[in-house]
Design a protein around this ligand. Structure first.
Ligand code: GAL
Length: 718
């Protein structure tokens, strides 16, 4: 053969091999139990590039030791295409998948196509949500995170590829599918592949998180994100947001009413009209409605409330922020307002410093950051978001910005509190990847209580917190059941932005705004107060569970499947929740007083009566309006505080400690000032409560000088 030809062939071979290797995914271990698989050439604008908090390496090192990757990493394949790139990940026959952020209309995601588009109005169960997260976790005990801000689609074992289908033709087609009628019969067409379609990118980083258990994989993802948030103690109390047009006099009148009536409300929120203009926002106090903002703030604080202000991200032409942000914003507007490019530190600093000087330093402790969720994508005539083709000074495009804006906005606001050594607990309407460290709960304009429950459980798989807020309702039972649902959630919020008076005085919006109160308004108010008091009594317990979120990445509110992965009966339970390690909550929906409750294996005790139930089965539970199904797990120690009306840095909780079962496991409470970040530097005590030999013991350790817990009584229940 001609030597030149051989040389030529050799060159072609080298180039081909080179391309092959360049395309072969590159695997690195980034932390104990976490692997990164670099596929092709990832984009620069991805969620990990804007992480504010560092991965918690020490905590990851404390997790169960993992010898090898939980899935065969060499089995992950990657391909670039003109439309973007695709990654295929293996699945076995039995594993089920959960996650993808605040999913709304589906729970077990195996067999579904999920497209992660930030949007407040979901369409079916295709994946649109206020808070999409490209992370899923498998019942096989591992998780997968795809580091992209694109409208990524996950085909979760839903679409067999040709090679796979060809092998399984018999199973997939001939058993059913012979006639047109078969098309409409439910049939499972299964694939053992998750195909991830990343449009617009020539590469992507995939992270695989080991378990061994499903909840460990979730914890590793949260620790990779920087650990969960530990909200201020007051944040775990009750929040009330008043009517959207309220002025100072109206707000103060209501705030005084709550104190007179001993309603334990800890945070008071103003809705839009504290500002001069709101769609878009000026971020300037309304001169007629709030002529003396300083005096207003000091009165609110004087009544022991924390003040929370509503706003959104789009900057109004007459706002002091308009000029400084003009050249740091996207090339499209929303309601004529600027869309600041929060990927840039400079933008975050300008926006943040303004809020810091004019609001936080004056006493505002939290914000409700609205409208960052590309609302309303589902309606062509409501352009409440910027186009996907928007361009931002950083090079970010509209699509990427939509999927990151919620998190970037949270970062911008939380950085203010961080640099002032303060904690916050705010509200946000959009979130996304790697958000666990942010002290915000998600809320929505949707209002179905069953859907709310599923959203909260789905949120728990990927570092998000969900607030099923209470607005006006359709009946007294509906109101009470909703308050109970909020009581056992990350945040008990009354969002009365559409009603002048509290919903317990009149649930009907029109009547409420005409000051026509219920005949039994006082009775309903008393019932609501009792539920709020239950919430206040749980604060030490909830705080301890949030501390586990912070230090161990363990979600404080979570789906049962995370704790009971070996029990396949939990895989479809999207209407019961673990509240911390020891409580199981199953709300009554639509004002009902009866429902089926599944209790996993082991003994359970009714939270109210202490009646014992044997788990591993379903029960029909019926209760009056004043109670809802809450069960305590066997062998738990549960501290219940005498409810206080608000929490501040000196609040001392008087505890009755209940030890359940034959072998109660200790619980460790966290004792600190509850509102600064000093705990991050070790300024806290652990207060370990143990039950042994028929008596309770308390062991306090740590440098914190104050005392938050006093034990009044121990009670053993078996
Ligand atoms: C909505 C928000 C509501 C309320 C309202 C005020 O976007 O979801 O909770 O704040 O704005 O205009």
């Amino acid at each position: 053969m001609d030597i030149k030809k051989v040389g030529g062939l050799f060159l072609v071979l080298v180039v081909l091999l080179g391309t092959c290797f360049a395309n072969a995914p590159k695997i690195t271990k980034v932390a104990p139990g976490i692997w990164k698989i670099r596929c092709g050439e990832p984009e620069k604008i991805v969620p990990t590039a804007y992480q504010c908090y560092k991965m918690k390496k020490d905590a990851l090192a404390e997790m169960p030791r993992i010898k090898s990757a939980p899935i065969d990493l060499s089995n992950i394949s990657f391909k670039t295409r003109t439309r973007g790139c695709t990654v295929d990940l293996p699945l076995n026959d039995t594993e089920r998948l959960f996650g993808f952020g605040l999913q709304i209309n589906s729970f077990d995601q195996r067999g579904l196509r999920k497209q992660l588009i930030t949007n407040a109005y979901p369409i079916g169960n295709v994946g649109f949500t206020h808070a999409p997260v490209p992370f899923y976790v498998s019942t096989k005990g591992y998780g997968v995170y795809v580091d992209t801000a694109r409208y990524v689609a996950f085909y979760c074992g839903s679409h067999p590829k040709l090679a796979e289908a060809d092998k399984n033709q018999a199973a997939n087609t001939t058993e059913a599918g012979d006639t047109p009628a078969d098309l409409y019969k439910p049939r499972e067409i299964n694939s053992n592949v998750v195909s991830v379609d990343v449009p617009g990118a020539q590469g992507v980083d995939i992270y695989v998180f080991a378990g061994p258990a499903m909840k460990d994989a979730v914890a590793r993802y949260n620790l990779f994100s920087g650990g969960g948030t530990l909200p201020p103690m007051w944040g775990l109390g009750v929040k009330y947001r008043c009517e959207k047009d309220f002025d100072a006099a109206n707000a103060l009148r209501l705030a005084k009413y709550f104190r007179e009536k001993h309603l334990p409300i800890n945070m008071f929120g103003l809705e839009p009209m504290w500002q001069t203009g709101v769609y878009p926002c000026s971020y300037v106090w309304h001169k007629e409605k709030f002529p003396d903002p300083d005096a207003f703030i000091s009165e609110i604080i004087g009544m022991n409330y924390k003040l929370n202000l509503w706003e959104h991200v789009y900057v109004r032409w007459d706002s002091p922020l308009y000029k400084p942000l003009m050249h740091l914003s996207g090339d499209y507007t929303v309601w004529g307002g600027l869309v600041p490019d929060f990927t840039l530190e400079k933008t975050r600093n300008i926006f943040g410093s303004y809020h810091e000087e004019n609001l936080v330093k004056k006493g505002v402790t939290a914000f409700k950051i609205d409208e960052c969720d590309n609302s309303n994508y589902a309606q062509a005539k409501k352009p409440w978001g910027f186009p996907e083709c928007s361009e931002f000074p950083s090079g970010t495009d509209g699509e990427q910005m939509h999927n990151m804006l919620g998190v970037l906005y949270q970062r911008t606001m939380q950085e203010i509190f961080d640099r002032n050594n303060m904690r916050t607990y705010g509200d946000v309407r959009a979130s996304g990847a790697l958000a666990a460290p942010y002290s915000f709960t998600l809320y929505s304009d949707m209002y179905d209580d069953e859907v709310y429950m599923r959203m909260g459980l789905n949120a728990s798989f990927s570092g998000l917190l969900w607030s099923p807020e209470i607005r006006q309702t359709s009946s007294i039972p509906d109101l009470i059941r909703r308050v109970q649902q909020a009581c056992f959630s990350p945040q008990l919020t009354f969002n009365s932005w559409m009603i002048d008076n509290p919903p317990w005085l009149q649930f009907d919006r029109a009547k409420n705004n005409r000051n026509e109160f219920l005949e039994n308004a006082e009775e309903v108010e008393n019932m609501c107060r009792e539920i709020m008091r239950v919430r206040m009594s749980l604060i030490p317990y909830l705080y301890a569970n949030f501390a586990k979120y912070y230090w161990q990445g363990k979600p404080p509110f979570r789906a049962l499947v995370m704790d009971y992965t070996n029990d396949t009966a939990t895989y479809n339970i999207d209407d019961e929740s673990m509240v911390g390690d020891s409580l199981l909550f199953a709300p009554f929906f639509k004002g009902r007083n009866k429902r089926t409750v599944y209790l996993p294996k082991g003994n359970w005790y009714c939270f109210w009566t202490h009646q014992k139930f044997k788990g591993g089965q379903e029960y029909q539970i019926e209760m009056g309006l004043d109670k809802c199904p809450v069960f305590v797990k066997d062998n738990s120690i549960l501290p219940i505080a005498e409810p206080v009306e608000y929490v501040d840095k000196d609040t001392m909780f008087k505890l009755t400690v209940y030890a359940f079962g034959k072998n109660p496991k200790p619980i460790t409470l966290i004792e600190d000032d509850g509102e600064t970040l000093d705990f991050q530097k070790g300024k806290y005590n652990t207060v370990k409560l143990t039950w042994s030999n028929g008596s309770g013991q308390i062991a306090r350790k740590g440098p914190y000088k104050g005392k938050r817990y006093e034990i009044i009584k121990w009670v053993h229940i078996d």
